[in-house]
Design a protein around this ligand. Structure first.
Ligand SMILES: NC(=O)c1ccc[n+]([C@@H]2O[C@H](COP(=O)([O-])OP(=O)(O)OC[C@H]3O[C@@H](n4cnc5c(N)ncnc54)[C@H](OP(=O)(O)O)[C@@H]3O)[C@@H](O)[C@H]2O)c1
Length: 301
């Protein structure tokens, strides 16, 4: 699991541990958070290990998945049945560049997940399920973004992977456009992986809807952070937002297979639903796949 240390994932990992107390949890994340979480779960008796992984660094994803492959092959871990790709980031500009030369939002939300799935695709027991946390901001309308996140702007994936894909890249609007566009790309990628993964290895997109109170806006200015933490949680009393406990609970339920969902589907909170019409585009998905294969080639072997 990625993204277990905070927010939605922090709730989900506790739910997973409680639901399947004997399952071995492998947490991929940054320190000190991931080691502390592992200690906490271990102290409560859960089989758990962690692998230091910074999703901004594709070499780090490659090393962590390499270690996982080794441990699975040596049967030091039980068979792999579930991957929860929950980690995600939103930046307040679209010009943060990773050491690999990628735009940071696209690197974490799209490229890292591609490397994660590609490096593990031949390790799964059957049946198994991969869950990728996406976002309904990919719809681009007010009902789904509450006017807080601009609509996605699709461009050639080779451009989306780099800083400068959006106008005025130094602005918060560009950073949030990069976010909604990356989540649209993540849904496209779920569709393409669903066509290519071995039979019985399913992949689904999970949308928690707007979840105030998490650290997703931690890169934003003080006023926006205050709103996310203290003001916007009131929206969880309306259909426009999901509380953190519910969002993490749905994520755990999807990961556990408690929500029936065919491979390639979009689970909106607890139900299979349709993602935006624009997110079903096989031609675009093939081009995205080809671009990701080129961009991540050094990290796939
Ligand atoms: N909150 C919302 O309104 C909302 C709505 C729709 C979708 N989502 C999606 O839900 C998922 C969880 O977000 P959240 O709201 O719970 O945010 P959060 O509280 O900021 O949690 C994000 C998680 O991702 C991890 N992460 C981020 N960058 C990473 C990196 N470079 N390397 C390793 N791990 C990294 C974080 O680890 P660290 O502790 O190391 O930072 C943390 O565990 C994301 O995919 C997000 O896009 C959120």
């Amino acid at each position: 699991m990625t993204g277990a240390t905070r927010g939605i994932g922090r709730v989900a990992v506790d739910r997973l541990a409680a639901a399947v107390p004997d399952a071995h949890l492998v947490l991929l994340g940054r320190n000190p958070g991931v080691a502390a979480l592992s200690d906490d779960l271990g102290a409560r008796g859960h089989p758990v290990s962690w692998l230091e992984t910074d999703l901004l660094d594709l070499g780090s994803v490659r090393r962590a998945t390499g270690e996982l492959r080794t441990r699975l092959a040596a049967r030091q871990l039980p068979p792999l049945r579930t991957v929860v790709a929950n980690a995600g980031m939103q930046f307040t500009s679209a010009r943060t560049e990773t050491a690999d030369g990628f735009e940071a939002t696209f690197a974490v939300n799209v490229l890292a997940n591609h490397v994660l799935v590609r490096r593990l695709e031949d390790c799964f027991a059957v049946p198994s399920r991969i869950v990728v946390t996406v976002s309904d901001t990919h719809f681009g309308d007010f009902k789904h973004n509450l006017g807080m996140v601009p609509a996605p702007r699709w461009r050639d994936p080779e451009l989306l992977a780099r800083t400068g894909a959006f106008p005025r890249p130094g602005t918060a609007a560009a950073g949030r456009t990069a976010y909604s566009t990356s989540k649209l790309a993540a849904i496209h990628l779920v569709h393409e992986h669903a066509r290519r993964l071995p039979a019985g290895v399913d992949i689904v997109a999970y949308n928690p809807a707007f979840v105030p109170g998490t650290d997703l806006a931690r890169d934003a200015n003080a006023a926006a952070r205050f709103a996310m933490r203290r003001v916007l949680p009131v929206l969880t009393r309306t259909p426009f937002a999901t509380g953190m406990a519910a969002a993490g609970g749905y994520l755990a339920d999807v990961a556990l297979g408690r929500i029936a969902a065919p491979t390639g589907s979009y689970v909106d909170r607890g139900q299979v639903s349709r993602s935006a019409a624009a997110s079903y585009d096989a031609v675009r998905e093939l081009r995205l796949w080809d671009a990701l294969e080129r961009l991540t080639a050094p990290f796939l072997r």
